[in-house]
Design a protein around this ligand. Structure first.
Ligand SMILES: [Zn+2]
Length: 483
């Protein structure tokens, strides 16, 4: 394959661009991919590869760096100039010295691109940094400017050297961020694609792999599967001159292996090894530990991950009751749970299977008719449920700042800024304990201190009606944290 490529492109003698003294691109042969869009779905601006011949003796068995430097060329741009052996890249027309203008999108976009790259390369033992590791060896992606800055034609999304060696030592690639109009996913997947070309990876037809030319909504990740090479054919030919096939004439053999497929995930993993797993943060927001609950009680989970939360498995007493593939993470306990203590266990996974387990214990007692039926003397009985009462920190009516302060995980505020822990009640049923009333908080009831709901179980506070009106309006604006 390589012989064919070199023969094909032999007329395009090329030079070399080097941005830093520590970055060097070897002389080689360019492969100019036609900028005509692939005849499929939405177009990505084309990404070019420059063929480089790497002296195999420079390619050590182990990769020479496990660092990828994202260089946003801020604040003043990056100076890019031809490097040794000082031939001029006529095709890309880098004459003399040029300045790639700085990354022009917001810090928000920049940080999101960095997070995306850390996410996409998370499975691999390679560090993504924004600090120049020089003089240490490293891979580098300049994420900045536009192709015209380097004398290339408009519409090129990125460029990279390409070789069939296992990696290109100290490879420098370009991701022209101005082309992508602030689109984080496109800037990120272009960076991923360009640097992956330095690991002998070709284009593929799977639109969800960063190595594709095809459009995709969402985050592209390196696929751990044999994926068809292609997506870059023009008039029936691959950029390397291979005949294309397939329903859209977009399949071709992979440039280096000559096989139809490549596994980008395993190729990169072979180079860098496994990444350090970063398990998600998993929190059971409902029920609270030690809560007195009824069979079928709701279980709510919040899970956050550096980038990529995956599924949550819900277990009660060791029995798997539900797997939620994505947020919202909520389930109900079985209805047939007996009285006594039960263990709720949730296992949260990120998409790379890093796992965190959280548990709470809850108590099921018979429905109460009054406080005397409850296990704790401090409990209140609301609609048959025993709940932590007003004398308990976090109990009904306690002052609070936010849901987690409350046993119920519900902290609501009235229009005067008074915040109390509340519990659900049924309107008009007189379920709230003395000194509380069941207040309509927008279609559902909550027990509110000092509110007279007219059921006579209530309360001694006069003038609560006017409070209730203000309260109801505030309630509507508050997002209840309950799931
Ligand atoms: Zn490419």
């Amino acid at each position: 394959m390589k012989r064919l490529v070199c023969a094909l492109a032999a007329s395009l003698l090329v030079g070399v661009s080097a941005a830093h003294a520590d970055i060097r691109l070897d002389a080689g042969v360019t492969i100019n991919e036609d900028t005509t869009p692939a005849p499929l779905v939405q177009q990505r601006p084309r990404l070019e590869r420059m063929w480089v011949d790497i002296d195999p003796s420079e390619v050590t068995p182990a990769v020479n760096s496990k660092t990828i430097f994202l260089n946003f060329c801020q604040p003043n741009g990056c100076v890019v100039k031809p490097g040794p052996p000082n031939s001029i890249n006529n095709t890309w027309n880098i004459n003399g010295q040029r300045t790639l203008r700085a990354f022009s999108n917001s810090d928000t976009v920049k940080n999101a691109v960095v997070m995306c790259m850390r996410d996409v390369f998370g499975p691999f033992g390679v560090e993504i940094t924004t600090t120049d590791p020089a003089p240490a060896a490293h891979f580098e992606i300049m994420i900045a400017g536009r192709p015209q800055d380097l004398g290339m034609s408009a519409g090129i999304g990125g460029v990279s050297p390409f070789s069939c060696q296992q990696f290109i030592p100290n490879s420098l690639v370009f991701d022209f961020s101005d082309v992508w109009n602030g689109n984080v996913e496109e800037i990120c997947s272009t960076a991923a694609q360009e640097i992956a070309h330095s690991f002998a990876l070709d284009h593929v037809t799977d639109p969800s792999d960063p190595l594709t030319y095809f459009g995709f909504n969402g985050r592209r990740r390196f696929k751990d599967a044999p994926v068809q090479c292609g997506s870059d054919c023009v008039q029936g030919q691959s950029p390397f001159g291979d005949a294309c096939s397939g329903p859209n004439q977009q399949n071709h053999r992979c440039a280096c292996s000559g096989q139809q497929t490549q596994n980008s995930f395993q190729t990169i993993k072979a180079l860098f090894g496994d990444g350090t797993p970063t398990p998600p943060d998993v929190r059971i927001v409902q029920p609270k530990s030690g809560a007195n609950v009824q069979p079928g009680f709701p279980i709510g989970v919040e899970m956050t991950d550096d980038q990529s939360p995956g599924r949550v498995e819900f277990r009660v007493d060791g029995q798997l009751i539900l797997t939620a593939p994505k947020a919202p993470y909520a389930a109900n306990a079985p209805m047939n749970l007996a009285a006594g203590t039960h263990t709720v266990e949730v296992s949260g996974f990120d998409i790379y299977e890093a796992k965190t387990v959280a548990t709470v214990q809850v108590y099921i007692g018979p429905p109460c008719n009054g406080e005397a039926d409850c296990p704790m003397e401090s409990d209140a009985c609301i609609g048959g449920r025993c709940v932590p009462g007003p004398s308990v920190v976090g109990g009904l009516g306690s002052p609070c700042d936010a849901g987690p302060d409350c046993a119920s995980n519900q902290c609501l505020s009235d229009s005067n800024g008074n915040r109390h822990c509340v519990e659900d009640c049924e309107l008009g049923k007189g379920q709230c304990p003395s000194n509380f009333g069941c207040l309509d908080a927008g279609g559902h009831g909550i027990c509110w201190p000092g509110y007279d709901d007219g059921t006579g179980g209530g309360c001694n506070a006069g003038g609560a009606g006017s409070l209730a009106i203000g309260l109801s309006m505030v309630m509507l604006a508050l997002a209840r944290r309950r799931r």
